[in-house]
Design a protein around this ligand. Sequence first.
Ligand code: HEM
Ligand code: HEM
Length: 226
Amino acid sequence: MNKKIRVWDLPIRVFHWLLVSCIIASFITVNIGGNAMQWHGYVGYCALTLILFRVCWGFVGSYHARFLNFIPSPKTLKEYLLGQSTAVLGHNPFGSLSVLALLFSVGLQAVTGLFANDDIAFEGPFAKHVSNATVELLTSIHRINSTVLIILIALHLSAIFYYHRFKGENLVKPMLVGDKEIDPSAQAKYLPTDLGRASKDGCLQRGFALFLLSLIALIVGYFITT
Ligand code: HEM
Ligand code: HEM
C-alpha cells in the first residue's frame, strides 16, 4: 500500500493558490488599465500580505514549509546535479532556488508597486512621500521585474511539466491535497528520516496561520491607508 505523507500544510496550499490568483489578476488589471489600476493596487496589496505571511511561515510553519529545511547548501546542489542525492519530499535543491527567486520577485514587485506611477492617473500610496527620481527608479524596477517574474513563472511551470512528463511525478496533486503518496518500491530512494517527517497540519496550526495572516493584513492595511 502507498504511504501517504502530509507535505504541504493547508496554509501553504492556500497561500500558493491565492498568490497565483493575485498574480493573474494583477496582470489582467494592468492590461485593462484605466479604472482597473485601482484593482491592480488592491491585488498587489494582497500579494504583499501573502508574501509577508509566507516569509513568517518559513520560520514558524510546519516542517516542509521552513526555510531551514529546504534552503540548499552548495554541497546539496552539487550532489543533486551529479545525481548523488536521495529523493526529497519537500522542495528539491533546485526547486528551492526557484521558490526563493519567485518569492523574492513577487515581493519586490509588490513593494516597488507601492512607489510606482503610471504617468496617467494612478500611483502607489507611497509615491507622494518620495522624490520624483525615486518614483522613476522604482517604477522602472517594477517594469523590468515584471518580465523577470514572467520568466520565473515560465521556468516554474516548465519544471512541473518536466517532472510530470519525464520523471512520472505529479507535483501538482500534493499542492492541491497536501499529501505525497510514496509507492513501497520507491521508499528506498528516500532517507528513512525524511519519510518519517510529515508536516503538522492540525486545527491549532491552521488557526495560528489564520491569525498570523490576519495580523499581517491589518499591518499592511494600516500602512497603506495612513
Ligand atoms: C503566478 C504563477 C505562480 C507563482 C507565482 C507560483 C509560486 C510558487 C511558490 C512561491 C511556490 C513555493 C511554495 C512554498 O513553499 O511556499 C510554488 C510551488 C509550487 N507550485 Fe507554483 N506558482 C505559480 C503557478 C503555479 C501553477 C499554475 C501551478 C500548477 C500547474 C503551480 C504548481 C506548483 C507546485 C506543484 C509547487 C510545489 C513544487 C514542489 O513540489 O517543489 N504553480 N509555486
Ligand atoms: C505582486 C504584485 C504586482 C504585480 C505582479 C504587478 C505587475 C505589474 C505589471 C506587469 C505592470 C506593467 C509593467 C509594464 O508596463 O511593463 C505594472 C505596472 C504598474 N503597477 Fe504593478 N504589480 C504589482 C503590484 C503593484 C502595486 C501594489 C501597485 C501600487 C499600489 C502597483 C502599481 C503599478 C503602477 C502604478 C504601474 C504602472 C507603471 C508604468 O506605467 O510603467 N503594482 N504592474
